[in-house]
Structures are given as structure tokens and as C-alpha cells.
Ligand binder design. Sequence first.
Ligand code: CTP
Length: 125
Amino acid sequence: MRVITYGTFDTLHYGHILLLNRAKAMGNYLIVGISSDEFNKSKGKIAHFDFETRKSFLESLRCVDLIIPEHHWEQKRDDIVTHKADIFTMGDDWAGKFDDLSDLCEVRYLSRTPNVSSTLLRGHL
Ligand code: CTP
């Protein structure tokens, strides 16, 4: 089974790793879409690390098989088809937000790890 998930994954932290490990455990191939710097800017979000650095951190994780850039909100449907994803998963801060993708693949939300976030870490950096 092929699993796909998305995020900014800035200041890579244990909440991200727990999410990614659980996502990988749903299948055997994990695709991670990372927000491009331009996409973050359009959302009013400024990451501490740029796209290439965030990508290089995720590449060092054994559970991640493929990393793709996310340029805009509407590309998920195409990505699911192109990369033959069977499962789309996100943390439950997004619960219900991507249910419309369920005509293409299974949509699952995972419980978010409490007390850690990139926003919190950025505040300390
Ligand atoms: N995530 C999680 N537990 C956390 C933080 C994030 O499970 N404590 C999950 C999110 O639900 C999402 C993925 O990790 O599925 C990527 O989230 P991202 O938005 O990049 O991380 P955050 O730490 O939430 O970043 P921010 O504070 O900028 O929103």
C-alpha cells in the first residue's frame, strides 16, 4: 500500500517523526509532500528553514520513500493519481478537511502529538 501525506515540516520535531512513522506503518511506501517556500509565503507562513533544507532533513528518515514539493492547495488530487496513493493521511488538526479526496483513496487522520509544533520551536530559535 502506498501512503501520501503533506506538511511544511519546518524545524523537524518528534511530532513529525511520530506522524511519519505511523503513516509509513499503514503501508510500505511513504510519499511526503512538502510546502514550497512560495506556497508557505502565500499562506502567510515563514518557515525557519528553506525548502531544500527541510527536504534534506526528511530525506535522512528511513520511513520516507519519496519527497515531492507542494506548490498549491489543488494539486493533491493529481498527486494521488500520479503517485498511485492508496491512503492519504494527515494529523487530526486537519480532521474532515480532506474528506473530498475519499473518492480517490482512503482518507485517514492521525492523532496529533501534544505540546510540540514548529510554531513553538520557531519562537525559541
Ligand atoms: N503533526 C503532528 N503532531 C504535532 C505537529 C504536527 O502529528 N505535534 C503533524 C501535522 O498534523 C501534519 C504534519 O505533522 O500532519 C506536518 O505538520 P506541520 O504543519 O508541518 O507541523 P506543525 O508542527 O504543526 O507546524 P506549524 O506549527 O507551523 O503549524
